[in-house]
Design a protein around this ligand. Sequence first.
Ligand code: ADP
Ligand code: MG
Length: 332
Amino acid sequence: MMKKALSIILLLALLVVFFACSPAERTAYGFSMGSDYKVSYDFNGDLDKEIADLFASVESSYSVRVDSSVLSRLNAAKAGEMITLTTEENEVLYQAFALASATRSAFDPAILPLVKLWGFDPPYEMNGEVPPADSAILKATILSGMDQFTLYHDLSIITKRSDDAALDLGAAIKGYAVGRALDLLREKGATKGLVWLGGTVGALGDSYPIGVTAPRESNQDYAFRFTLSDGEICATSGDYERYYEYEGKRYHHILDVNTGYPASSDVISATIVAKDGLIADAFATAVVVLGVEKGVALLEEYGIKGALVTKEKKVVTVGLTVTIKDTTYEIV
Ligand code: ADP
Ligand code: MG
């Protein structure tokens, strides 16, 4: 009943619209990791500061924009220099590299040389909206990719092969942060919660309807919706968030570390649902790179749920029941 009473429709940011109602009396709002966040929770007390502190700590550890973050320290390090990791950093990097292996580098955190060259890192100047020269792309491609790094997991040490090799967890950090926020709510004893961070959403204690914005459309209407269950996190990636067109070709911010160019697949948006936020976010990015055939195979291989939107406005689902808004989209 409270759910109904508090029902709201949110058209937030570009990616995910959720029709969910606040589960709770309290809602924490803020800005972290380049995105707005909104965390609603049912709890007899105030967790707003804990939530703000948690997001701030994730950002200060893993953002390439924060000079003291482990990524910034590692990125500034010389080849062969040993960087000691905290237990948490060790686990996050271990999982990120495992996801790079699992996706055959469709998601690869060692992509910063390419991201910088294309200008898709803050302040997002997009190289003046002109693709970089082929020779520069080749050079940055050689410097990118997880084989530039060695993680000594048992020793909590990481090293790199080239001075200019650099990590970027931008494609997975929001998912990780949403997962940590769900853990926090759970630990504190919240019974219901809904975490929203820049279009990445996590559910606690209840199911919530989620609408995914129609990709490449300006009207911010949803293309399809589905139900996010207790403990699940969903992340959406698309080629329509940061992009430009040059000589009739589209250049967007999801890059293929294997070619050095923006991904050119038939998937324009991928929504992934998983119990682990880092996996959901990394897989969403990976599936945009991989395209329908390889993307579906990846999700099936790991038993992960998702819905992909193709250029032809088809919605391809793997283990997820979706409802399309109207006949603009077709479920296949
Ligand atoms: P969002 O912009 O919503 O966070 P993603 O989760 O897909 O979307 O992350 C895209 C960001 O991740 C890019 O801006 C870039 O910093 C980085 N990136 C781009 N391509 C890749 C890739 N193939 N693997 C890992 N990170 C990537
Ligand atoms: Mg992602």
